[in-house]
Design a protein around this ligand. Structure first.
Ligand code: NAP
Ligand code: 3JN
Length: 337
C-alpha cells in the first residue's frame, strides 16, 4: 500500500518508448508530486538521458533490486516484461500501474479507468492494470449511458492510429509515405501489409474464433471495468494511416429509451468528455483535433433508426494520452489523494 507523502519516488519502465515518453511528459504537465524520477528501459538504452522538468534523467537497466525505495512504477515495456518485473516491483513495496495486457484479466488485479470505476482501486494488492487504449475511450463514453439507461449491447468498429503499435510503426508510416511520394517502393516490416494509403482490418493476433486479440480485449476489459458481464459486445478493430488518435464508431442498444439529445446532455455533464457535435457546421471529432488533448471527444450522436432504444456515436481520443499515459497518471493521482 502507498504511504501518504508530500512527494513520491516515481519510476517509468519503458521510458524510451512511445507510451513511456508520454508518461514522463504527463507527469511533468500535471505537476505530479515527484521527489525523484527513475527511468528504465532495455540495456540498449542505458546511457541515454531523457528530459524531465528542464533536467536530464539517465535511463537505467532493470534489476532485482532496482525498485527498492520506489513508491510508484508506471510500466509500459510490454506484457513479457510486466509478467516478470511487476511482481518484483510490487514485492519491493512499490505500487505498479501496468499498461500491458499481462494482468488486466487477473481477478486479483483491478482494471481501472478513474472516470468509471475508481472504487476498484481500494482492493489492489500492489499491481493495478491500465486497460487497452481502445477500451478506455469507449468505456468513458459508455458509462454515463449505462448508468442512465443500462446498456444491453455494443457494436464497435475502431480506426486505430499507428502510434498504438509504438515508435517503429510511426517510423514505418512516415517512411512509406516519403518513399511512395518519391516514386520509390514502400517496404513494410511492422505490419503485414503497407499501411500508408491503406486500411488493415487486423490488430494484434488472430484467435481461433476469427476475432483478433485486440477485439477480444475490448469485449472482456469493458465488462470487467463496467462490472457488468451481461453487456453483449462485438468489436472490429482496424488500423488506419493516422499517427495519433483512435476513432470509434459505437452502436449501443439500451434497456431504457434515451433520445439523442438526452445522450448529448448526459455526456456533456460527464467528467473527461467533450461533446463535439454540430454536424450542420461540420463539427465532429477527428484525430487531428484530439492530438495531445486529455478528453474523450464524442460526436455524431444520433438515434439508431433500425432498432428500439439504439444510439450511434463517434468517439475519438489521443491513444497515447487518455488511452495510455494519462489514464495511468490519473490512477496514480487517485492513489495519492
Ligand atoms: P515502444 O515504443 O516499442 O517502446 C517499448 C519500450 O519498452 C521501450 O522503452 C523499450 O526500451 C522498453 N523495453 C523493451 N524491452 C525491454 C526490456 N527487456 N527491459 C526493459 N525495457 C524494455 O512501445 P510502446 O508503444 O511505448 O508500448 C509499450 C507497451 O505499452 C506495449 O507493449 C503495451 O504493453 C503497452 N501499451 C499499452 C497501450 C494501451 O492501450 N494502454 C497502448 C500502447 C502500448 P528500449 O528503447 O531500450 O528498447
Ligand atoms: O494497437 C493499438 O492501437 C493498441 C496496442 C496495444 C498493445 C500493443 C502491444 C502490446 C498492447 C495492449 O495494450 O494491449 C499490448 C499488450 O500489452 O498486450
Amino acid at each position: 500500500m502507498l504511504k501518504k507523502k508530500d512527494k513520491y519516488i516515481v519510476a517509468v519502465v519503458g521510458a524510451t518508448g512511445a507510451v513511456g515518453t508520454e508518461m514522463i511528459a504527463t507527469l511533468e504537465q500535471r505537476d505530479f508530486p515527484v521527489e525523484r524520477l527513475r527511468l528504465f528501459a532495455s540495456e540498449r538504452s542505458v546511457g541515454k538521458e531523457l528530459p524531465y522538468k528542464g533536467k536530464s534523467v539517465a535511463v537505467e537497466e532493470l534489476s532485482e533490486t532496482c525498485f527498492r525505495g520506489i513508491d510508484i512504477a508506471l510500466f509500459s515495456a510490454g506484457a513479457e516484461r510486466s509478467k516478470i518485473w511487476a511482481p518484483i516491483a510490487a514485492k519491493s513495496g512499490c505500487v505498479v500501474v501496468d499498461n500491458s495486457s499481462q494482468w488486466r484479466m487477473d481477478p486479483e488485479v483491478p482494471l481501472v479507468v478513474p472516470e468509471v470505476n475508481p472504487h476498484d482501486l481500494s482492493w489492489h494488492k500492489g499491481i493495478i492494470a491500465n486497460p487497452n487504449c481502445s477500451t478506455i475511450q469507449m468505456v468513458v463514453a459508455l458509462k454515463p449511458i449505462h448508468d442512465a439507461a443500462k446498456i444491453k449491447r455494443v457494436v464497435v468498429t475502431t480506426f486505430q492510429a499507428v502510434s498504438g503499435t509504438g515508435k517503429k510503426a510511426m517510423d514505418e508510416l512516415m517512411q512509406q509515405v516519403t518513399d511512395l511520394l518519391n516514386f520509390r517502393p514502400a517496404a513494410h516490416s511492422v505490419y503485414p501489409h503497407q499501411i500508408a494509403f491503406n486500411v488493415l482490418p487486423h490488430i494484434d493476433k488472430f484467435l481461433e474464433n476469427g476475432y483478433t486479440k485486440e477485439e477480444m480485449k475490448m469485449v472482456n476489459e469493458t465488462r470487467k471495468i463496467m462490472g457488468d458481464d451481461s453487456i453483449r459486445i462485438t468489436a472490429t478493430t482496424v488500423r488506419v494511416p493516422v499517427f495519433r488518435g483512435h476513432s470509434e464508431s459505437v452502436n449501443i442498444e439500451t434497456e431504457k429509451e434515451l433520445t439523442a439529445n438526452q445522450v448529448r446532455e448526459l455526456l456533456a455533464q460527464a467528467s473527461g468528455i467533450t461533446v463535439f457535435d454540430a454536424p450542420d457546421k461540420n463539427v465532429y471529432p477527428m484525430p487531428l483535433d484530439c492530438d495531445g488533448k486529455d478528453d474523450v471527444y464524442v460526436g455524431r450522436i444520433r438515434e439508431d433508426e433500425s432498432i428500439a432504444n439504439g444510439i450511434n456515436m463517434w468517439v475519438v481520443s489521443d491513444n497515447l494520452r487518455k488511452g495510455a499515459a494519462l489514464n495511468a497518471v490519473q490512477i496514480a493521482e487517485v492513489l495519492i489523494r
